[in-house]
Write a protein that binds this ligand. Structure first.
Ligand SMILES: Cc1cc2nc3c(=O)[nH]c(=O)nc-3n(C[C@H](O)[C@H](O)[C@H](O)COP(=O)(O)OP(=O)(O)OC[C@H]3O[C@@H](n4cnc5c(N)ncnc54)[C@H](O)[C@@H]3O)c2cc1C
Length: 259
């Protein structure tokens, strides 16, 4: 089966993340990594490939340095990649991102399954996978904590606030995965070396047949009207162990409603 994995490069959550004055992400302010949830999506794709055969293609939309995140996915074992990069994409909202990604997916032959994370750790819309499915006219199965493919059918166990429900759809389909889906593998040395030689097609909007007016700041249906820096962390409470330290910590946790 041919699987596409939507992989986004995001600011490392361990670094200080900042917005620019225009409300867009200041990408130069922090280290950039492959979003962890996308590592899980890649892992799921690799397990499906190991069970059913086929190929795994990474699709990523982002600036030049997104190639680092793409190489990470390739070093885990993905076969090939499409990097959608175009100046006109700057300022895209979730709808624009979905339109652009759907165009890029359209350049991959005979796609059976599109995998994504359920929420990116920077934008946090948790909307792009369902929007991609809408643009492509495919079923969307979101928030999967377990995924199986049998014949031409995909089944997921979907996690909701009210419990877990089972969803089934005919392939091709779009599935977004949650953090309980699996533990992603570490790239091996051999995988890292092999990734350097794997094919990454860098495409523009024109290459994927998407109108520049439908994406980027020009095509955005939503806008950032304000942003407030998060308040500095307050100093913690220090418990001195005078023999009753354990009880004091327990009382603190009870007061915070943590236990
Ligand atoms: C008006 C406006 C302007 C913005 N301007 C900018 C800007 O200038 N620069 C900027 O960085 N952000 C900008 N953003 C945020 C940006 O639009 C979102 O990050 C983007 O639309 C994707 O949404 P998300 O990250 O919330 O995705 P989610 O829906 O939370 O992501 C879920 C999954 O979708 C897939 N996915 C999402 N984005 C990508 C991608 N790019 N490539 C591959 N897979 C992907 C991944 O699998 C991901 O795990 C802007 C947002 C708005 C509303």
């Amino acid at each position: 089966m041919n699987i596409v994995v939507l992989c986004k490069q995001v600011p490392d959550t361990y670094s200080e993340r900042r917005l620019r004055e225009d409300g867009a992400l200041d990408r130069d302010a922090s280290d950039a990594v492959l979003d962890e949830i996308n590592e899980r999506a890649v892992e799921e794709a690799l397990q499906l490939k190991e069970a059913h055969g086929g190929a795994v293609t990474v699709v990523s939309m982002g600036p030049d340095r997104a190639t680092e995140a793409i190489r990470k996915a390739l070093s885990m074992g993905a076969d090939t990649a499409v990097h959608l990069s175009d100046e006109a994409l700057a300022g895209s909202d979730a709808v624009g991102t979905a339109r652009a990604l759907a165009g890029a997916i359209g350049t991959v032959a005979d796609v059976d399954l599109v995998l994504a994370g359920n929420e990116a750790s920077d934008g946090r819309s948790a909307a792009v996978p369902a929007m991609v499915a809408e643009v492509l006219g495919l079923p969307a199965l979101t928030h999967a904590r377990q995924l199986t493919v049998e014949g031409s059918t995909v089944t997921v166990r979907r996690e909701t606030d009210d419990g877990v429900v089972t969803l089934t759809a005919e392939l091709p389909a779009v599935v977004s995965v949650g953090e309980k889906i699996n533990e992603p593998r570490y790239p091996s040395f051999k995988g890292i070396m092999a990734a350097k030689k794997k094919k990454v097609a860098t495409l523009s909007l024109a290459d994927v047949g998407v109108d520049a007016a439908q994406v980027g700041a020009a095509g955005a249906l939503s806008s950032v009207v304000g942003a407030t820096p998060k308040p500095p962390k307050a100093a913690g409470e220090k418990v001195v162990d005078d023999g009753a330290g354990g009880s004091k910590v327990a009382a603190y946790l009870v007061a915070q409603k943590l236990i």
